[in-house]
Design a protein. Structure first.
Length: 99
């Protein structure tokens, strides 16, 4: 059991040495650059999501306004206006022929 323990300690010691060597060689600036790039990307993504949300709200408001329009009444109003316009054109045409 003491042999096993000493073997484990030796292996553990070697791992610690390897980890310390790797830490000395490890380039932390890459992590910092990648982290900054991720943060920038998330900021841009957040802006796009906000724009999409604003567009969705505007679309919902537009649909609501469209749903509230009484199209039949609007068509009737347009038909009346067209009739009045047609009558006024006929009257204008008749007056010009009389002169």
């Amino acid at each position: 059991m003491t042999e096993e323990r000493s073997t484990v300690q030796e292996a553990s010691g070697k791992m610690n040495l390897i980890n310390e060597e790797n830490m000395d060689e490890f380039d932390y600036s890459k992590i910092s650059d990648e982290t900054d790039a991720i943060i920038d990307y998330l900021d841009r993504l957040t802006e796009e999501v906000i724009k999409m949300r604003e567009c969705a709200v505007a679309n919902i408001e537009l649909v609501s306004k469209i749903n509230n329009i009484d199209f039949e009444r609007k068509i009737e109003e347009l038909e009346k206006l067209f009739e009045e316009y047609s009558k006024s054109q006929e009257t204008t045409h008749e007056i010009s022929h009389q002169n």
